[in-house]
Design a protein around this ligand. Structure first.
Ligand code: SF4
Length: 744
């Protein structure tokens, strides 16, 4: 592979669930231009400013490109890889030997890269820790848990068959800006327009008239945190007006009548006052949904980061099921991921939910999918006693700006005895590290979305190979992870090649079993590959479309994807019930015990009187949580402004441009006020992930415009979603007051 001639190559964007196909232009090792790939079978030329800005991200002069070591004086100095790993080998084993004292935090990018997808588990296993954290417990667990209870896995979620539906109900999501989440449907604006053009209906439930709400037929400007009550009202209409048409689904569903009977007690007149909407609007949505030839509801972050997140996400599925829209075209369907996954693999015997298998030390909060709730992160470090976390490894994560209660997180990071970060930035988190290990340039990585292909609205397989070889002084992320794992296992001198062979040997046995062949045949089929490419080939060839290691002519292999850089189309989503189910009894229990036990809490909220302001998060086109702000500054200087409705501004005697303090139970931040009639009264909005301040940062552009830190305001203690212990990120009770007047 030459690295000196200007050239182009395919690259799937690793930034968000849309997974757009892009074309990289390279001059030597520099990414000189990024354009959308019109021939990509999934994204068909769609992209956004973030993906097109990947060249700027790669070229960001602030990026960490060589290992960094903290010196005795507390400063960082550049180091060699040998020095960095020697330091880790000298200090990490002490914590590995002390059960519970070593934690790992991985950020959102870890879900998008093959290296971490395949090798992070090796490191976690070597650390022997149950103290694993990620932002999933901040923004996704309620959805994962609801789907796990109904369908058996947290990852194999049902998806909106957006391209064939006649009625799309979106709750807590703004895909015109976010490009979609837990749904891989690039070019969402085209898809929503196509829905309208074929005579379909789009309904958006959101406290704000978002960009998506602006193109909807119906916008339900709901009070934050009341989606579950709204959905109960909708299902009650279906129950009370005998609109339920479950179709063939009852063959695999238990509790359908009980669910309808339960919902019948929440007619629109009961639910609507708490939701702050007209009862007739609830009735109209219910009749429209039930009467459409096909209909589907899609819930996302707004429904997860709230008090009744699991109930809201469960009710989305209840609505889908009672109207007969599960597992049929235009309804909610399940992808068939090319590299397989929890809902394609055979179940264990008996299948077991990956929830509450262990609990946190301090607050006794439940695990989900191998991780503890992020609200435990700070207290597990700061609370003395056996099992206190004293060492931390972070991977592509910035908990100091992604988790709630930033002050507590930073206190905790400062209290660690040892910290290693695999990260390309010296940010609010990694500034506490003792060693920073930089991942290599993006163009050195191959890409296939193992995780996100569970969310694809069409079954397409794609792979983009590395466009560059590693340069001297660069290590692949998978090599870094294996080196860390070797140190944790007490074999620091073991070669990465040997370690990789060990990982592959396990994967070969597993793949051979799935493919129904001898391990020798599987091993022989991938013998020329190494690293993530070998593990991916094993997954693809033993997956749903795989060649079974030569057993099925024309079956999927990595080589086939390499020969088809725009992807291979395996068609629209297709019916997968009942084989998709991984529940203990192979059926759908529509009234799971855990859910039923939480309903009285929801009922009690009906009479709650909310006065004051509720703060909610908003998406930004160029932002990706906390980490793109330095490379892709927002074009508008008011990116972190607090948006407020004219009604509230008038009541508080505030005017556009005022500097205001925003104060929650735990903190106060300052922001510029912008008055915006897109917000309903009683709701204010800011983006999260900002607040790029404090000593020791190497993020010159974002530190120059640090912005207000939303996360500092979010409680990690008293306000939690009851079932998953997710923080209530949307609907934070705040007061707002002028600190100074900028204009007028
Ligand atoms: S929508 Fe943007 S960030 Fe997301 S995958 Fe596409 S180009 Fe990347």
């Amino acid at each position: 592979m030459t690295t000196t001639e200007p050239r182009t190559g395919h690259r799937i964007c690793p930034l968000c669930e849309s997974t757009c196909g892009l074309i990289f232009e390279l001059d030597a090792r520099a990414v000189t231009r990024v354009t959308p790939n019109p021939a990509d079978l999934m994204s068909a030329g769609h992209s956004c400013a973030k993906g097109l800005g990947l060249g700027e991200l790669e070229a960001d002069p602030d990026r960490v490109r060589v290992p960094m070591l903290r010196t005795a004086s507390g400063e960082f100095r550049e180091a060699t890889w040998v020095e960095a790993f020697d330091e880790i080998a000298a200090r990490l084993p002490e914590f590995v030997a002390d059960p519970g004292s070593c934690a790992l935090y991985h950020g959102n990018p870890a879900a998008h890269h093959l290296d971490s997808t395949f090798y992070l588990g090796e490191l976690i296993g070597a650390l022997g820790t149950r103290n694993v954290y990620s932002p999933a417990s901040v923004d996704t667990w309620p959805k994962n848990l609801a789907h796990m209870l109904l369908y058996g896995t947290g990852l194999g979620v049902s998806l909106p068959d957006i391209d064939r539906t006649d009625y799309l109900l979106i709750l807590g999501s703004n895909p015109m800006v976010s490009n979609g989440s837990t749904v891989t449907a690039p070019g969402m604006h085209h898809r929503l327009r196509a829905l309208r053009e074929r005579g379909g209906t789009l309904v958006v439930v959101d406290p704000v008239r978002t960009r998506t709400a602006e193109v909807a037929d119906i916008h339900v400007a709901i009070r934050p945190g009341t989606d579950a009550l709204f959905l109960l009202g909708v299902v009650s209409v279906i129950a009370n007006e005998c609109l339920a048409r479950p179709g063939r689904v009852p063959e695999v569903v238990d509790g359908l009548e009980a669910a309808l009977a339960m919902a019948a007690a929440y007619p629109p007149e009961t639910a609507a006052p708490a939701c702050g909407v007209d009862p007739d609007l609830i009735r109209s949505v219910a009749r429209g949904f039930a009467g459409a030839p096909s209909a589907v509801a899609h819930s996302r972050i707004g429904t997860c980061m709230q008090e009744f997140g699991t109930l809201a996400n469960w009710l989305v599925e209840v609505l889908t099921i009672v109207t007969g829209n599960l597992d049929r075209p235009g309804g909610a369907m399940f992808a068939l991921p090319p590299s397989g996954g929890p809902n394609t693999w055979p179940t264990g015997k008996p299948p077991r939910l990956t929830f509450d298998r262990w609990r946190s030390r301090v607050r006794d909060l439940p695990e989900a999918m191998g991780e503890l709730p992020a609200v435990c992160f700070a207290e597990e470090i700061l609370t003395p006693g056996p099992g206190r976390v004293r060492a931390l490894i972070t991977l592509a994560g910035n908990p100091a700006r992604s988790l709630p209660n930033s002050a507590a997180i930073e206190r905790a990071l400062g209290a660690l005895d040892f910290m290693v970060s695999v990260d390309c930035y010296l940010n609010e988190t990694t500034r506490f590290a003792d060693v920073i290990l930089p991942p290599p340039p993006l163009a050195t990585r191959g890409h296939h979305d193992v995780t996100l292909s569970h969310f694809q609205v069409r079954n397409v397989a794609r792979y983009t190979p590395p466009l560059l070889e590693l340069a001297d002084g660069e290590l692949s992320e998978w090599q870094i992870l294996l080196r860390l794992a070797a140190i944790a296992r007490g074999v620091p001198d073991r070669s990465v090649a040997d370690l990789d062979d060990e990982v592959a040997a396990v994967a070969v046995r597993r793949a051979a079993k799935l493919a129904g062949c001898e391990p020798e045949r599987a091993a022989e089929a991938v013998r020329d590959r190494r690293g993530p490419a070998r593990l991916l080939d094993l997954r693809l060839r033993s997956g749903p479309y795989g060649d079974r290691f030569g057993g099925i002519e024309g079956g999927l292999t990595l080589a086939l994807l390499e020969a088809n850089p725009n992807g291979i189309d395996y068609g629209p989503l297709r019916s997968r019930l009942p084989e998709v189910l991984r529940t203990p009894h192979g059926r759908i229990d529509l009234m799971p015990e855990m859910i039923v036990a939480d309903l009285p809490r929801l009922r009690a909220s009906l009479t709650r009187v909310e006065d004051g302001l509720l703060l909610i998060n908003r998406r930004q086109r160029r932002g990706m949580n906390s980490w793109l702000h330095n490379a892709l500054p927002q074009p508008d200087g008011g990116q972190c402004a607090l948006l407020m409705s004219p009604v509230d501004a008038a009541a508080l005697r505030l005017i556009d441009g005022d500097q205001v303090s925003v104060t929650s139970r735990i903190a106060s931040v300052e922001a510029e006020l912008r008055i915006d009639d897109a917000l309903r009264a009683g709701v204010v909005s800011m983006p999260h992930g900002w607040g790029h301040d404090g000593p020791g940062l190497r993020m010159s552009r974002s530190a120059a415009v640090p912005g207000a830190n939303y996360n500092a305001l979010v409680d990690d203690d008293t306000d939690l979603e009851a079932l998953t212990a997710s923080p209530i990120f949307n609907g934070v009770r705040v007061t707002v007051a002028r600190t100074s007047q900028e204009h007028g």
